[in-house]
Design a protein around this ligand. Structure first.
Ligand SMILES: Nc1ncnc2c1ncn2[C@@H]1O[C@H](COP(=O)(O)OP(=O)(O)OP(=O)(O)O)[C@@H](O)[C@H]1O
Length: 256
């Protein structure tokens, strides 16, 4: 295994007013291997989303460094960073940011058209493949208002994967879904990870995190512990209940 993403002494301070600074990330050292599926858990306000936004270059860290596949992204200009995000990263959020004036397939292909490295015909073909994979092919030309929350999250997954990213970041990607849809979305993410895409999620949900390979526990701006469950293999006789129980026990020990 080789390292895909690494933060060193990553810190983030929000200046709230002239007299108040909030130190939210406190020298976070984190290493994600190529092909790993990692979830970040921890109490509300511990800095999980802030970590995700800063390690992915969506927000600017206050100090420290982040290296993606050998490239120091903390040193990039806004334009270079936008290019790295477009070409090398995919994002899935709880509240799906889809464009209401575009239909479903156009939402998926938009960033690939912007990327300009592949012909539109190839992009459209890849979008259709992804939609088939995630079970929404028949919705391609529908308006986004005609899809359920679970279907929209599948659209968001297709959109995140359209540029063949090296890593997909998810902030509570199943947070707005019922448990059946959440479980289906996690199975899709586990399959995508099986095919080689690295995934880093933030989640509160034990059932979600139990399908990841390694779980980090964040407390007060730093990662204080980790639990390795190993790869979750769907259909491979893997006992998901046993994984959930092991994780829940560990979280209880952490006082969560
Ligand atoms: N733009 C900002 N300006 C000031 N403070 C912020 C900003 N963004 C986040 N914070 C603060 O940083 C802290 C950590 O927030 P963050 O969203 O990273 O936590 P979290 O662990 O993801 O929480 P949750 O589980 O509730 O989503 C919170 O106290 C929050 O108020």
């Amino acid at each position: 295994m080789s390292i895909l993403l690494e933060s060193k002494e990553l810190s983030k301070t929000f200046v709230v007013s002239n007299s108040q600074e909030n130190h939210i990330l406190k020298s976070v050292n984190l290493t994600i291997e190529k092909g790993e599926f990692v979830s970040v858990m921890g109490p509300s306000g511990s800095g999980k989303s802030t970590l995700l936004y800063n390690i992915s270059g969506m927000d600017r860290m206050t100090s420290g460094s982040v290296v993606l596949n050998g490239q120091e992204i903390s040193a990039l200009s806004e334009q270079e960073l936008a290019d790295v995000r477009l070409k090398k990263m995919g994002f899935i959020f709880q509240h799906i940011h889809l464009l209401k004036n575009l239909n479903i397939i156009d939402n998926i292909v938009l960033s690939a058209y912007m990327n300009n490295s592949t012909s539109r015909a190839q992009v459209n073909e890849r979008a259709l493949q992804l939609m088939k994979r995630t079970g929404i092919a028949e919705l391609a030309n529908n308006d986004i208002t005609q899809a359920s929350g679970g279907q929209l999250q599948r659209v968001a997954i297709c959109r995140a994967l359209i540029n063949k990213p090296e890593i997909v970041f998810g902030d509570e990607p199943t947070g707005a879904l019922n448990s059946k849809s959440a479980s289906e979305i996690m199975d899709i993410l586990a399959d995508i990870n099986d095919e080689g895409t690295t995934i880093l999620l933030v989640t509160h949900d034990v059932k979600v995190a139990a399908k990841s390979e390694r779980i980090l526990f964040m407390l007060d701006g730093n990662i204080v512990a980790e639990q390795r469950l190993g790869k979750y293999t769907r259909g491979g006789g893997d006992d998901i209940k046993a994984r959930e129980t092991k994780l829940a026990r560990w979280l209880m020990e952490m006082g969560f």
